[in-house]
Design a protein around this ligand. Structure first.
Ligand code: EPU
Length: 330
């Protein structure tokens, strides 16, 4: 059985699964898969398979992390797409390189990071990403500068190019001088006992790991794909009207005219937190996280997600957008 890895723990298969662990395979693989639908997958930590994948899945296991340049202030590193993301964070922290520590313990591999511009605790990948290497449809490897990657909130060019660009490596600029980002209140609180001069990337990464473990279920124990919905960004007027009715609604301005609101809060108010229907459920500890208690199918999880989104729409007039990639389920 060609069972596909996925952190939601859903049974799903592909017609063919190929392991990519050598850059020399790239051009050939591109040619072989040109005719059929193809999908690149790391650990499947941000995907819901509602249906099996009718085509070839390429499991990216390209490895290697290197320092390309460094001076007293900065360093430029390159990481292959198949490396573990959290492994890369540890590698950087161990060397005293700043910039990735707030992104500790995000599941998945390096190649998935630019696709949704991973972010947590006040930091996004785009803050350190200089360029993304891709294999294009003609089988050519090229580097795309970050400014051409259209990074946005849980968004990028790669979310919209489907299988036409395969991410093969990232170049990141990290800092060698202290640059802690404690803008997330919970993180600042967790580190409040430390003098600012004592802070190290490892200390911050460990605090982030603790916060994540306290809020988010471990996919190795309870299947999940992190936040299942994005936090909606709405016109300020609409948020003001919502806050007149719901003064507790958490909201953060993102520009002069737009405000981000908490999807978790809306879902919790609608009564879905901890809900369970068979093995498909919502995490008891965080309303944004769909969980698989055992044998839930992709279709069951997708039905639950749609019921939640429909209910939030009916109650609050706010549309929830799915964060992970959803395969099938039309
Ligand atoms: N909240 C609730 N109910 C809940 C959970 C949270 O009302 O069940 C409220 C909290 O009280 C808080 C607000 O929602 O006021 C925000 O909660 P939290 O700090 O947990 O963050 P989030 O907005 O729910 C986002 C990201 C996470 C990231 C955290 C921390 C999205 C979709 N999710 O979650 O990213 O770790 O912020 O920066 O933006 C992911 O993308 O998979 C992910 C886990």
């Amino acid at each position: 059985m060609n069972r596909l890895p996925n952190s939601l723990g859903v049974a799903a298969s592909a017609d063919r699964i190929v392991l990519l662990d050598d850059r020399d395979q790239l051009a050939d693989l591109r040619r072989q898969t040109a005719a059929a639908p193809t999908m690149m997958l790391g650990d499947g930590s941000n995907v819901l398979f509602v249906d099996d994948f009718r085509g070839t899945v390429v499991l990216n296991r390209l490895s290697g992390v290197n320092v390309l340049e460094q001076d007293a202030r900065n360093c430029l590193i390159e990481a292959a797409a198949g490396e573990s993301w959290d492994g890369l964070v540890r590698w950087a922290c161990d060397r005293g390189f700043w910039g990735l520590e707030n992104l500790a313990l995000i599941p998945g591999r390096v190649g998935a990071a630019p696709i949704q511009n991973i972010g947590a605790y006040g930091v996004e990948l785009k803050g350190s990403c200089l360029a993304v290497e891709v294999l294009d449809e003609d089988g050519k490897l090229r580097w795309l500068d970050a400014e051409h990657c259209n990074f946005g909130y849980r968004d990028s060019l790669f979310k919209h190019t489907g299988a036409s660009l395969w991410v093969t490596a990232l170049r990141l600029r990290l800092s060698r001088t202290a640059s802690p980002n404690l803008s997330y209140a919970g993180l600042a609180e967790a580190l409040a006992e430390h003098h600012p001069d004592e802070l190290t990337p490892t200390l911050i990464a460990d605090a982030v790991r603790q916060i994540r473990r306290s809020k988010l279920p471990d996919p190795a124990v309870l299947g999940n794909a992190g936040s299942f919905f994005k936090n909606p960004t709405l016109p300020s007027d609409q948020v003001r009207a919502l806050q007149d009715r719901y003064p507790q609604l958490p909201a953060w301005p993102v520009s002069e005219s737009r405000v981000k609101i908490s999807a978790a809060w809306l879902i919790e108010q609608a009564g879905w937190k901890g809900h369970r229907n068979g093995d498909a459920g919502v995490a008891p500890g965080h309303a944004l996280v769909l969980v698989n208690h055992g044998q839930a199918s992709g279709a069951q999880l997708w039905a639950l997600a749609r019921a939640m989104a429909d209910d939030v729409w009916a109650r609050f007039g706010v549309r929830l957008e799915t964060e992970p990639r959803v395969i099938g389920g039309a």
